[in-house]
Design a binder for this molecule. Structure first.
Ligand SMILES: NC(=O)c1ccc[n+]([C@@H]2O[C@H](COP(=O)([O-])OP(=O)(O)OC[C@H]3O[C@@H](n4cnc5c(N)ncnc54)[C@H](OP(=O)(O)O)[C@@H]3O)[C@@H](O)[C@H]2O)c1
Length: 260
């Protein structure tokens, strides 16, 4: 049996990745993960592929245990069991400085964006084979430190570096791995990011990408096993600037942009 695991499937990019896999993935089952069970049930009704909704809070390590147990059980029943796709799209950011955020908020950002992503990759890899594909959703925020999105940007540079090095470790195994680093995308991300004491820290995030475009572009990039998918010209330029400009220069430009 070939399966796909998609986190963050209740909205935004995760939901679009699940739809893409439904259309093009040629898998027997899609396991979709997020906290909002009713959203997962809606998606299940929409998809043609057999879909298993797993309403789990990934900041809780017991949720990872649950998925690991399911993987082991499935593999014990079927020697041909294969995780063909792992899409780690669950994640969130918060606008504001250190003073605007609770300890719980910063902790769960790190737990979800970094720890859960690494854990799910770690538990899925033993069931992946030649041709399996992994998408780790990072962000263009990973190309520089960002005051006002500090912990979020730092969590995303973690994802990008983790993906890069893991790709090296997987060399020769035929498993494709890509860190997706888009600019702003039209999802629920901004709404969630503004839910802090100073949600206007970033006034007008722009330009806004269509999630369908980010998904189809990143899956094309992943098919070629290229390590980074920026998905738009401005994010690509940010990637170049990261290599040629000193961090303080970029941070002063950002200081202006976030106030406009
Ligand atoms: N939108 C952007 O501008 C943008 C840009 C660059 C990168 N990204 C990255 O793209 C990824 C997807 O975000 P999005 O834009 O699609 O935002 P979104 O629409 O808010 O989706 C976030 C997803 O994460 C899930 N999630 C949040 N907390 C969770 C938890 N504790 N346990 C399990 N699932 C949880 C949410 O589901 P529930 O609430 O139902 O749990 C939701 O399905 C994130 O990693 C984000 O950092 C977004």
């Amino acid at each position: 049996m070939r399966i796909a695991i998609v986190t963050g499937a209740s909205s935004g990019l995760g939901r679009e990745y699940a739809r893409w896999i439904d259309e093009h993935g040629n898998v027997d089952e899609i396991w979709i993960i997020a906290r909002r069970a009713e959203r997962l049930e809606e998606l299940k009704k929409e998809l043609k592929t057999t879909t298993k909704p797993l309403p789990l809070d990934l900041t809780d390590t017991h949720s990872i245990d649950t998925v690991e147990h399911m993987l082991r059980e499935s593999a014990a029943k079927d020697p041909a069991f294969d995780v063909s796709f792992l899409i780690n799209a669950a994640g969130f950011g918060k606008f504001g400085t250190y003073a605007d955020m609770t300890r719980q908020e910063v902790d769960s950002m790190v737990d979800l964006n970094c720890r859960a992503l690494v854990d799910l990759t770690q538990i899925s890899l033993p069931f992946m084979h030649k041709g399996s594909r992994i998408i780790e959703v990072a962000s263009s925020a990973s190309f520089q430190p960002l005051q006002g999105l500090n912990v979020y940007a730092a969590s995303k540079v973690f994802v990008r570096f983790y993906t890069r090095a893991l790709r090296f470790e997987l060399m020769g195994k035929g498993i494709h791995l890509t860190a997706v680093c888009p600019l702003w995308v039209k999802t629920e991300f901004i709404k969630v990011a503004r839910e802090t004491q100073n949600g206007q820290t970033v006034k007008h995030p722009w330009p806004m990408l269509n999630p369908k475009h980010v998904v189809s572009w990143s899956m094309k990039i992943n098919a070629t096993n290229y390590p980074i998918a920026t998905c738009c010209v401005p994010a690509f330029l940010m990637r170049i600037c990261d290599k040629i400009l000193p961090n303080p220069a970029i941070m002063w430009i950002w200081e202006g942009l976030r106030r406009i």
